[in-house]
Design a protein around this ligand. Structure first.
Ligand SMILES: C[S@@+](CC[C@H](N)C(=O)[O-])C[C@H]1O[C@@H](n2cnc3c(N)ncnc32)[C@H](O)[C@@H]1O
Length: 261
């Protein structure tokens, strides 16, 4: 199964849709504001002007309030910096990217107030499908790229079947304390391959001195000992999924430690 064709956050405006069920990532987006503001500040320091257009991307945007929070922080930080430097505000081009299954309609419906708030600016927003495990933009065009809680998603589930065809992660859907070492190694190798290509493609797409802000779900401990980091996978592994399905199901993300990143 090609997961990038089928992966999406719960859609529409129902009670359990992603926009309503994403309070955790919204808190993260809110706590990232000072980092984004200081990143914009440093970007505009280094000979940015007389550039008249700021190209900004949100990679793995989904369709909740986090994208709006990110775009507002960028715009307000640029305005503040331009007022300090006594120069005119550039035009903004925002590119909102996610997999093809993302609910881009709900994303854009939710942004109607946003556009009104910044009516006096030249601010253009474009949404388009694409995987951040591949090239998304022409060379040398992005000034600022951001991805919050997305880049720990892998391009595929690593191969967790033995040569004889037996499931290596039996009874689990992610790395747990009891998973054999080979499972951890396979996940780490997949993360390293994917994260390396993620950075390689972004380095081609970004201008010199561009900025990349990445927020990943990770783990603090070296050995997957702290189960709080991925408790929901343990719970799913403990009875909500039928045994035969469980043995062939493994989640498609990796919670890296700082050393691994
Ligand atoms: C947990 S959501 C985070 C959404 C949003 N950034 C936020 O902070 O609320 C992760 C998003 O990453 C997207 N994603 C996962 N793999 C991706 C890929 N290969 N390319 C682009 N987006 C991807 C998912 O579709 C999902 O919308």
């Amino acid at each position: 199964m090609d997961v990038k064709q089928v992966l999406f956050m719960s859609k529409g405006d129902a009670e359990n849709n992603y926009a309503r069920a994403s309070s955790y990532t919204q808190k993260i987006a809110s706590s990232a504001k000072p980092t984004i503001a200081s990143t914009v500040d440093s970007l505009l320091e280094e000979g940015f002007f007389p550039c008249k257009l700021l190209n900004v991307a949100d990679l793995g945007c989904a369709f909740g309030p986090s994208t709006e929070a990110f775009m507002s922080t960028v715009i307000e930080s640029v305005q503040k910096k331009c007022a300090c430097l006594n120069c005119s505000t550039p035009e903004f081009q925002f590119y909102l990217k996610d997999l093809p299954g993302n609910d881009f309609n709900t994303l854009f419906k939710g942004l109607s107030n946003f556009s009104q708030n910044y009516e006096s600016l030249s601010c253009f927003i474009m949404g388009a499908p694409g995987s951040f495990h591949g090239r998304l933009f022409p060379r040398n065009c992005l000034h600022l790229a951001h991805s919050s809680y997305g880049a720990h998603w892998l391009s595929r589930v690593p191969n967790l079947t033995s040569q004889e065809g037996f499931p290596l992660n039996k009874g689990r859907i992610y790395i747990s304390e009891t998973s054999p070492g080979v499972v951890k190694e396979a996940y780490l190798a997949q993360f390293q391959a994917d994260f390396s290509t993620f950075l390689k493609f972004r380095s081609e797409e970004m201008v010199d001195n561009g900025r990349l802000v990445l927020i990943l779900n990770g783990r603090e401990d070296k050995d997957f000992a702290n189960l709080d980091d991925y408790f929901c996978c343990e719970k799913l592994g403990e009875g909500f999924v039928k045994e035969e399905k469980l043995d062939t199901l493994n989640v498609q993300y990796y919670t890296a430690s700082p050393e691994e990143v």
